[in-house]
Design a protein around this ligand. Structure first.
Ligand code: GDP
Length: 362
């Protein structure tokens, strides 16, 4: 799926860089181009592609802190500059646009929904978002920001592919140390998804096509991506077991949104040397996936790749009913309530007469 990437905010920019790097290192050619957008000038300096500094008149290149309402406002005012930077990049070849952002911060959290909405208005190709959820241990502001941003992006985008920072965190590692490792994990999975349909070697009936990705995401809402790999065996029987076990692990322990097992639609991509991909194993894995996800819309395809491993990549569309997401939304709501109570406590008693819980008489 030939894709143009727009990284918004710090996490969005770094992830976009990682995605573009992975695609070029692997020689896939699925990433057609990338730009970075931020309110913080320093964060843009590290990006090796065209960048747009927004909100200069409001924050002078210093970022919006964690204020995602300000992030949304400056994106709204300066969206023309972003569109100008994109001009000529969304060519006839482009099959999708991905807006990439951390949902818990300010610029990406507030800016991504505004940008997605604007891009949907202008372009005919699907506009997706790749959004990062804050880890459980991040502060209340991150949870509230992410809750609000998630709701809005999921409504505006053709689909929101969610990545939970807790899903990839190695035990004992602080989140800061872990970012680079997390970003590499995400880039590998999402990079393989972009490249699905771009493979040229061993083109055959069963090779996955970009339209399968787009059709799986057609159910809208929220999507997740699972991945696991294992060493390929010498014989077919061994490889049937490998495909079954990588598919199980991809769904059970390898998804970008843990416990998102129920889905409206799913796509199973099996990557490896074409001769080693066992048809029987792929069929069995698809049936298993159908049972596990409760979805009758299971698509599948091979991804020919020169490797001594076999990998299963599972795209799940329509996972909004998952327990993990329900728990996250409850966490965001709780954080919002606490923040409001805290703000009420801080109010100057002299202002108490303004209390807006009492309705005005006139
Ligand atoms: P912004 O620049 O205002 O959009 O804010 P950030 O992009 O820094 O967003 C903060 C959120 O993104 C927090 O929840 C962080 O945990 C997360 N985050 C920041 N940097 C990274 C990163 O490089 N990788 C990942 N996966 N998450 C990040």
């Amino acid at each position: 799926m030939k894709t143009v990437l727009i990284g918004v905010g710090q996490a969005g920019g770094k992830l976009t860089r990682e995605l573009a790097d992975f695609d070029s290192r692997m020689g896939f050619g699925a990433v057609l181009g990338a730009i970075g957008v931020n309110t913080a000038e320093a964060d843009l300096r590290e990006l090796p592609f065209e960048t747009v500094l927004v909100g200069q008149d409001r924050v002078k290149g210093h970022g919006v802190g964690g204020d995602n309402e300000l992030g949304a406002e400056v994106m709204q005012s300066d969206k023309q500059e972003v569109l100008a930077a994109l001009d000529g990049r969304i060519t006839a070849e482009a099959e999708a646009i991905f807006v990439v952002a951390g949902l818990g911060g300010g610029t990406g959290s507030g800016g991504a929904p505004v940008l997605v909405k604007e891009l949907k208005r202008i372009y005919d190709v699907p506009v997706y978002a790749l959004g990062v959820l804050p880890g459980r241990n991040e502060g209340a502001m991150y949870q509230v920001n992410a809750g609000r941003s998630l709701k809005t992006v999921a409504r505006e985008a053709d689909s929101l592919l969610l990545v939970d920072n807790d899903a990839f965190r190695a035990t004992g590692e602080s989140l800061g140390e872990g970012y680079d490792a997390i970003n590499r994990e995400i880039a590998q999975r999402v990079g393989l998804l972009f490249a699905s349909g771009e493979a040229v070697e061993g083109v055959g009936e069963s090779v996955v096509d970009s339209s399968e990705v787009i059709n799986t995401l057609r159910s809208g809402g929220i999507a997740a991506l699972g991945y696991a790999s294992g060493e390929s065996a010498e014989n077919a029987e061994g490889n049937i077991n490998t495909v079954m076990s990588t598919t199980r692990r991809a769904l059970m322990t390898g998804t970008s949104l843990p416990e998102a097992n129920e889905a409206d639609a799913a796509l199973l991509v099996v990557a490896g040397v074409p001769d080693k991909i066992p048809r029987k194993g792929v069929e069995r894995a698809r049936r298993w996936l159908e049972e596990e996800t409760g979805s009758l819309q299971i698509r599948g395809g091979d991804f020919p790749l020169d490797s001594d491993r076999i990998a299963s990549l599972i795209l799940l569309g329509g996972v909004e009913r998952s327990d993990r997401l329900k728990r996250f939304m409850a966490r965001a709501k709780e954080a919002q309530k606490e923040a409001e109570e805290e703000a009420a406590k801080q109010e100057d008693p002299a202002d108490a007469w303004r209390n807006d819980e009492l309705e005005d008489l006139l």
